[in-house]
Design a protein around this ligand. Structure first.
Ligand code: FCB
Length: 468
């Protein structure tokens, strides 16, 4: 397979797809599970678009065998999924055997299919008994207990473990923008939650080491570049501040650099033995996972919002149907950033993908998704460029294996390689699924096969809130 337009990946490159428990499993209260913050949020009127909820989702809870068979057919080398805390620990300190059996069966099924499990301990649903969510320091210690319990029971069955999915998004969307539980809009709460998540991540890593498990462990970070809107020093300083608040506030403590000053200035006084916590946070990890969707172009505008920021999207920019900018170079840049700055031993792309909206494209446009093939092909090429720049990238997970419950946006945005009929639960392969099957099989991408005229949404001039 050597045409000048064929790019290849290393022999052991782990091609994968990702999901999370709340988004695909359904039956959130089955077999002794307890309500989670997200369960309650989805049952609070007005919180989720179209009034959707995740009570059925993809019904994966009842379809493990069928879904793993589908992954095998796709050729996945690895599958990233999450374990639901509110299933496994219905009360603090109490384990739910049925929930553990469910995840054990999933992992065993994957192992039998020759698919490397990549298990995430926590992808956003907190049991309701953890009062106050991540603002409460006790939640950190409850999480440590949960991590220990899961590692004792399932730790040796999976070679890869992710501690926490996207601490940034939990803190930002739940405590700074108010979109997710706990619905707060407060800089101090944001800082406190970021601090607690950093500590929780470290304590889970320590628990893993204490048990002398042989696998690898690391977090999955939501990461993107914060580019200045202009070369005006005001925008440059502003973009650096946003980078500190969103990226470095989570990564610096992991490598014993403490917190960036701009983060501390933004958050105000943090509660707790901060110095002692910072020492604990410097726990070496085996890899860092990068979840990446779009870059940010930041323009300083006093009073625009809590961050004094206006995000700029140039008129006519390529976007997904969610108005997320499509710019593969930024993907390469953020992968380079995370390695260049922190020198983590390995890096995984733990999520990358794009949404098409069912309401915009209908079923046919959803299934004939050339635009997704173009997106994935160009982003994978950018990931390969990052490897040429030295990034020790070991694998890449498409978000997502199948269309699922996209949090506050419900089922309208479709991120999957595979569509799920909401009535029959039938799984249908999109064009992109067949394309990805070929990528995995050939361990590379034929750039000549990428669609020539991808049907991206373009940002309208009216949406560019900046005067020339
Ligand atoms: C990430 C989440 C994932 C999914 C994608 C689109 O922030 O980790 O669950 O919602 O975005």
């Amino acid at each position: 397979m050597s045409s000048s337009n064929f790019i290849t990946f290393p022999k052991d490159f782990l091609w994968g797809a990702a999901t999370s428990s709340f988004q695909i499993e359904g039956s959130p209260l089955a077999d002794g599970a307890v309500e989670s913050d997200w369960y309650r949020w989805t049952h609070t009127p007005g919180k989720i678009a179209q009034g959707d909820n995740a009570d059925i989702a993809c019904d994966h809870y009842h379809r493990v065998k069928e879904d793993v068979a589908m992954m095998k057919k796709l050729g996945l080398k690895t599958y990233r999924f999450s374990i639901s805390w509110s299933r496994v620990m219905p009360q603090r300190g109490v384990l739910n055997e049925k929930a553990l059996d469910f995840y054990r069966a999933l992992i065993e099924e994957l192992n039998q299919a020759g698919i490397q499990p990549f298990a995430t301990l926590y992808h956003w649903e907190i049991p309701v008994w953890a009062e106050g969510g991540w603002e409460n320091r006790e939640t950190v210690f409850a999480f440590e207990e949960y991590a220990k319990a899961v590692f004792k029971r399932l730790g040796s069955l999976s070679a890869y473990w992710v501690t926490i999915n996207e601490p940034l998004v939990i803190a930002c969307c739940g405590y700074m923008w108010g979109w997710f539980p706990m619905g707060k809009t407060d800089a101090n709460a944001y800082g406190q939650v970021a601090h607690h998540l950093n500590l929780a991540q470290a304590l889970a890593t320590r628990a893993f080491r204490d048990l002398q498990l042989k696998g690898q462990i690391g977090p999955a970070m939501a990461m993107s570049t914060f580019d200045p809107f202009s070369q005006n020093p005001r925008d440059i300083v502003h973009a650096d501040r946003l980078d500190a608040i969103h990226n470095r506030a989570y990564l610096d403590p992991m490598v014993d650099k403490g917190y960036p000053q701009q983060f501390l200035d933004f958050a105000g006084k943090l509660q707790g033995p901060i110095e002692k916590d910072l020492k604990l946070m410097a726990q070496p990890v085996d890899f860092v996972g990068v979840n990446h969707y779009f870059r940010n172009t930041c323009r300083y505008k006093k009073g625009a919002n809590i961050l004094d920021n206006e995000n700029f999207l140039a008129p006519g920019s390529r976007c997904s149907d969610l108005d997320w900018e499509v710019r593969p170079e930024s993907f390469s840049d953020i992968l380079f950033y995370v390695w260049d700055r922190y020198k983590f031993k390995s890096v995984f792309v733990t999520e990358n993908g794009m949404a098409t909206r069912m309401s915009k494209r209908g079923l046919e446009g959803t299934m004939e998704d050339d635009v997704r093939i173009h997106f994935l092909g160009t982003y994978m090429t950018a990931a390969q460029k990052a490897m040429q720049r030295g990034v020790p990238l070991k694998g890449y997970f498409v978000w997502s294996l199948m269309d699922n419950f996209e949090w506050t946006m419900g089922y309208d945005p479709c991120f999957g390689l595979i569509a799920v009929d909401p009535k029959t639960q039938e799984r249908r392969w999109k064009k992109s699924a067949y394309w990805y099957q070929g990528v995995i099989e050939k361990n590379g991408i034929d750039l000549n096969e990428l669609p020539l005229e991808p049907d991206y949404q373009l940002s309208p001039a009216a949406e560019a809130k900046v005067s020339a």
